[in-house]
Design a protein around this ligand. Structure first.
Ligand SMILES: Nc1ncnc2c1ncn2[C@@H]1O[C@H](COP(=O)(O)OP(=O)(O)OP(=O)(O)O)[C@@H](O)[C@H]1O
Length: 340
């Protein structure tokens, strides 16, 4: 974990400003990401958490300019990476940055790796896209990269196909591909969800080690707060396309403010009571076509909802230095009576 003091002074590596991303559903665009702003500092690990359908993946696809063409679009806002406005770039320009300065790993490595090409071919493809190197150099680099992500016998694995590897090894290969050009920012979307618990821990350790060695920033998308506690410096909690709370990781666990965050924390399963605890947030995230037009989008599931929560949209306000919350309970400088 980077020290907070050193991070505070630095200019952001990534600035997302008032981002609105929408999808065309039957001829109407609906916002899946709604007026979201946040920064990622160099070497910082920022977690994005929230239940399924909260807009975590759409946000990362927006940053990577990988939204499905003709269906999804960035409607407004800015995505500034290392001083460059990504949303204003042509496809050719973004291709030079994607995979080199910013790269991404996904939940299911089998769907991201091409089954008909060897591991070596897929690693070398990234290298050739962004570097001027010979075939022999690329092969050697591919082997070194596989070794750096903890794959034993990389000289053999380099000539194998994805189906010949275990899930954990495939995810290591995906990480090797993602870090091949030493990106400044890695977006990891549920990188360990498809893996069993022991392998999950190994992959998280690997990511952390790479982050430290390469001085890389990471946006870590997860619904697992255990992963957040283990990995992140800062955390963004999303609900129904909006940020509801943003703070450092310690404050998130010891002093959460938004009722949604508290409920998510309450939903962390203990071994013996997994089923009950996970279902402890009543109701579901509204679909894009069913978003409340006004008010707090969490109001109808919120145990602390007041009548005005259904009519007034809360703003993301500072409740403390570096701690923002979008909840009417905190819209005055002091929490209202009875709010802890
Ligand atoms: N291609 C698409 N077309 C229409 N709606 C979409 C599309 N992709 C995502 N959405 C919608 O956008 C919203 C946000 O989805 P998103 O995948 O970002 O959620 P998430 O928080 O990442 O969930 P998960 O943890 O399940 O990946 C959801 O309502 C989802 O149905």
């Amino acid at each position: 974990m980077s020290t907070k003091k050193s991070l505070l002074k630095e200019a952001p590596l990534l600035e997302v400003k008032n981002l609105e991303t929408a999808f065309d559903i039957d001829g109407t665009y609906y916002n899946a990401v709604d007026n979201v702003s946040f920064n990622v500092k160099p070497r910082q690990i920022v977690g994005i958490v929230g239940e399924s359908g909260c807009g975590k993946s759409v946000m990362s696809l927006s940053i990577m300019q990988l939204l499905p063409k003709g269906i999804g679009k960035v409607k407004s806002g800015e995505i500034i990476f290392d001083g460059i406005n990504l949303d204003k770039m042509s496809e050719g320009q973004i291709n030079k940055i994607r995979g080199k300065d910013v790269s991404m790993i996904f939940q299911e490595p089998m769907t991201s790796l091409n089954p008909v090409f060897t591991i070596g071919y897929q690693l070398q493809e990234v290298l050739f896209n962004h570097m001027k190197i010979s075939k022999q150099e690329a092969r050697q680099k591919a082997i070194a990269l596989l070794k750096s992500v903890g794959i034993s016998r990389p000289e053999k694995i380099v000539d194998e196909y994805p189906h010949q590897l275990s899930g954990g090894m495939r995810q290591r290969v995906m990480i090797a591909i993602a870090i091949a050009c030493q990106p400044k920012l890695l977006i990891a979307d549920e990188p360990t969800t498809a893996l069993d618990v022991t392998v999950q821990a190994q992959i998280l350790d690997l990511l952390k080690e790479i982050q430290e060695v390469n001085d890389m920033s990471i946006i870590l998308i997860t619904h697992d707060l255990g992963v957040v506690a283990e990995m992140c410096d800062e955390v963004i909690v999303m609900y129904a396309g909006r940020i509801v709370e943003r703070t450092d990781v310690d404050t998130l666990f010891y002093n959460p403010k938004h009722p949604y965050t508290s409920l998510l924390l309450g939903a962390i399963p203990k071994m013996e009571e997994e089923e009950e605890r996970l279902s402890s947030i009543q109701g579901i995230v509204p679909s894009l076509t069913n978003m409340p037009k006004v008010g707090c989008r969490f109001a109808n599931r919120c145990p602390k909802a007041m009548p005005e929560c259904f009519t007034t949209t809360p703003k993301l306000n500072d409740v403390d230095q570096g701690h923002e919350v979008a909840c009417l309970l905190y819209e005055t400088s002091k929490p209202r009576e009875g709010v802890k």
